[in-house]
Design a protein. Sequence first.
Length: 599
Amino acid sequence: MHETRDMPDPSLPVHGRRLIIYVVYDRDGVVDEFVPYAISALREHATELLVVVNGGVDDSGLRVLEGQADTVLVRENTGFDIWAHKHAIDYLGERIGEFDEVVLTNDTWYGPVRPLQPVFERMDALNIDFWGMTEHAADPGTPGVSAATPRHLQSFWMAFRRSVTTSPAWDSYWRQLPPMPGYWDAVTRHELRATAYFEAAGFRSASAFPAEGFPPGNQTMLLADVLIEQGCPLLKRRLFHHYPPYFHRYAVIGRWTLRTVAAEGEYPMSLILANLARTVSPRVLDVDAGLLDVVADTTPARRAAPPRVLAVVRSDDSTALERALAAIAALPAVVDVVVATAEESLESLTEGGKVVRVARGSSATAASIGICQAGGARDHDLVLTIAADDPPRTDPAFNVRRYRRWVAFASVIGRAEHVAAILALFDDEPTLGIALPPTPRSGAHEADLSVDGALLSAARARLGIRVPLDPGAPLAPTAGVWIARPEALALLTAGAATEDERVLEALLVSAVGQLGYHHRTVLDPASAALTHVALEYTVDQLARTTLGYPLEQIETLQRIDLTTGTGGLALARKYLAYRHPRLADRLVRLRARIKGVRR
């Protein structure tokens, strides 16, 4: 606790009046279920609850908010949650003095994942003027890398007693609040400033979970699981959408945090995963939340009855088709088989299964979506899609394609026990929409995995997909093997008939995510062993070319941008970007201004 002066005890009175101001923002104007869950929990500790919506909200979301809050204000999305809090404070006017405590918070957290009551009881008893849920310790920074950071209460949850909210310092702070056009403006002009401002005015502060005893840094990001174990009821959403190399730098394992939340048993995990699937790019979510499962052969038996599975096998190769049908026959499920083929001679191999004629060279994903569009999966729990053809040995990329097919097949359908474990994932996670193998990197060039950006953007707009784009190659079933819930494919089955087949595969995971279904990448132990050692050696060799942690190495290489030209001017630009990055940035801005004047 930070003390600055002696003053009358401002601890919260028994049955004191508490106002909670909760800010909501969603890019699509959607109110996901984690929001009303949070508001309902806050409602129990509030005399009055006011919700501010930044940007806008759809009709169903507005009804949800109005059903739980005393007041709902909708404003333009400017100034982030800080200016939304100011909007609410201005709206209340002198009424703010009616409350013994005002809590300013927002929807940047999931929870409560632990009970709120003990936190309120502990903080209510303290002789303080304002408090935060967590604090960031003072950090001297690293010269030339990061700026110094003062000790401060983190702004996603700050509570102010009447001693502050009725003071001239309070009025002055909000009256003089500077504009905040960007995220770092919000950090530097409010979060890093507010604690010192009110302490300088003579007010006493405290943190429910102080930084003392932790290493320097933002513990809501770096040690979220430890905070939860100590009783912190809030889990920051940024832990699952921040830049993955940052977490790699500090060995932050998001999956450990999710496991800690699940172990507490109080918070529905589906609320987290459904929101993340819709709002985070699939590759970033895959890494930050640890959604890769290395599925072992020895797994517990399924609790539910066997699911009804539609298996769509795309094949023009009798040997590969027989292998796929044998694997399907061993599945612990009730399976209906549809073979999509260009070869009339393969019909006899299906043993009563349905045959659908498709164009030679068409993809398994396109065939599967087309069959679902025709109603083929109407009475099924899951759709299993398999590209079963072996590449010809004369193909120059024979090894690469053989390896990709092997990894995909082994990871999704290789062994009955393995498939049983994947099916159990769908039982255990109601928002799991699709399971697919990770993208094999052996023999892969980035150009082989990329998709035409114009076609992809047009398709996303046509289908209403607003899940953020993956950085680099999209997370996709590049070898045509995956399993999904039919209802999770609704966006594609409603309007994907005209999509390019590469684009269709690239859309698959984000189309599922747009509907609030998350994905999992699945890998069998044998494939994982090969993949890990290959990637580990590759990363090690790349790391030797540049100093620093991978985070700094990536930033350096991106700044230099070796994918651009090699002429004298381009090489000079790369040199400046590497040796004198600040000068290079200034020259880029100057060049942009000159171009603007010319126009």
